[in-house]
Ligand binder design. Structure first.
Ligand code: HEM
Length: 358
């Protein structure tokens, strides 16, 4: 048989298999666009912001729809009820074996990329420790946030006569709160170590957005030079970030208080490991390696998300000075001028009092 015939035969078999799979799979999945063999709906998603494309698909196919991304079927949830419903079900807590998970969490490890008992135990433990900071030790969390906010205000005020980019200052403030919670550390805004750490975290997040859509077909990374660059940069940055966390864990091990009384997340995790060991338990879900991935998850998941939410709020207030005035008046009446706002004030603010433009 000639090579040409062989290609045609493979082509026909592939196409038949593609359409049979589509018909069988799609009879069980939510509706969505058909797409083309090998690429799925990818050719129709490019050119323009992805969220707008997905929104137009939502209008056509409903709030829950399926999109083919290369050889994977991706179900998109675009309304609050479905997101809450699906993410509350254990059946949907699985994580795929994706390129970015392999790079950032060295596989299905930590909290964000893990699943099953590894995810459940580490997530539960982390939530409990962070909740202790938030509720049991509300004053501790209060002073972490107040210190970071004061540092932010000081650095903005120091150069108040020149235009400045609010973003990097805010990122540093948020990272400082996470550093304080995880390792009881805080850095000055002009500390080069902090600047280097922040640049690396932000670069990982930026590169992740670029690699995100092609992570299901890792071979594509080698075919598109910007993706290859981003892939190598993520590896380099994650290695440097992991080394910082490794040093931090080693330092905490040397200074771990023998009488308990953890001052931060790393202490709490190491203490839990020691407790399990003293009970003779061998728990592969609680290891120094998992601890390092957990810390990395807290930084990667907690930094840009929080800073972006605050940046949008500030932009919203800039665009709606009337709302800003209402909010300022409320802060003045609830907090006054003699102290800083605290978590205790939270319930004293009207939930949605000032947030509607008039
Ligand atoms: C306004 C700020 C934040 C927003 C909008 C946000 C949003 C989200 C979303 C949508 C998810 C689910 C992602 C998924 O399952 O694929 C998530 C998960 C997560 N977030 Fe946040 N987050 C914020 C702040 C934080 C902070 C401050 C931390 C910790 C310091 C954090 C740590 C995590 C972790 C560890 C997960 C994974 C949870 C799991 O898989 O069970 N986030 N976040």
């Amino acid at each position: 048989m000639s090579v040409f015939l062989l290609f045609v035969s493979f082509g026909i078999v592939y196409l038949v298999q593609f359409f049979v799979k589509k018909i069988l799979l799609w009879s069980k999945l939510p509706p969505g666009p058909w797409g083309v063999p090998l690429l799925g709906s990818v050719p129709f998603l490019g050119g323009g912001p992805l969220h707008l494309k997905l929104d137009s698909l939502r209008k056509k196919h409903g709030d829950v729809f399926t999109v083919g991304v290369f050889h994977k079927e991706v179900v998109v949830l675009s309304d609050w009820e479905s997101v809450r419903d699906f993410f509350g079900r254990l059946d949907f807590s699985g994580r795929p074996d994706a390129l970015l998970f392999r790079q950032v969490a060295l596989g299905n490890n930590g909290i964000v990329s893990s699943q099953g008992s590894l995810w459940q135990e580490n997530r539960r433990f982390t939530l409990r420790v962070l909740r202790d900071f938030g509720l049991g030790k509300r004053e501790a969390l209060d002073s972490m946030i107040q210190d970071a906010a004061l540092g932010l205000c000081r650095s903005l005020r120091a150069r108040r006569h020149e235009p400045q980019d609010f973003g990097p200052h805010l990122n540093l403030a948020v990272l400082n709160v996470i550093w304080k919670m995880t390792a009881d550390k805080q850095f000055a805004h002009d500390d080069p170590r902090m600047q280097d750490f922040m640049d690396r975290v932000l670069e990982v997040l930026n590169d992740s957005s670029l690699l995100g859509p092609i992570q299901w077909v890792p071979a594509f990374v080698y075919l598109w030079p910007p993706a290859l660059k981003a892939y190598r940069r993520v590896n380099r940055n994650m290695a440097a970030i992991s080394q910082i966390f490794l040093n931090e864990v080693e330092e905490h091990k040397r200074n771990l208080p023998s009488s308990g009384g953890s001052k931060d997340y790393i202490d709490a995790y190491l203490t839990e490991m020691a407790l399990q060991k003293s009970r003779g338990e061998v728990n592969p879900n609680f290891t120094e390696f998992q601890l390092r991935v957990n810390i990395s998850d807290l930084f990667i998941a907690g930094s840009e998300s929080t800073a972006t939410a605050i940046r949008w709020s500030v932009l919203f207030l800039l665009c709606h000075p009337d709302v800003q005035e209402k909010l300022q008046a409320e802060v003045d009446s609830v907090v006054g001028h003699d102290r800083l706002p605290s978590l205790h004030d939270r319930n004293r603010f009207e939930r949605d009092g000032g947030w509607h433009p008039s």
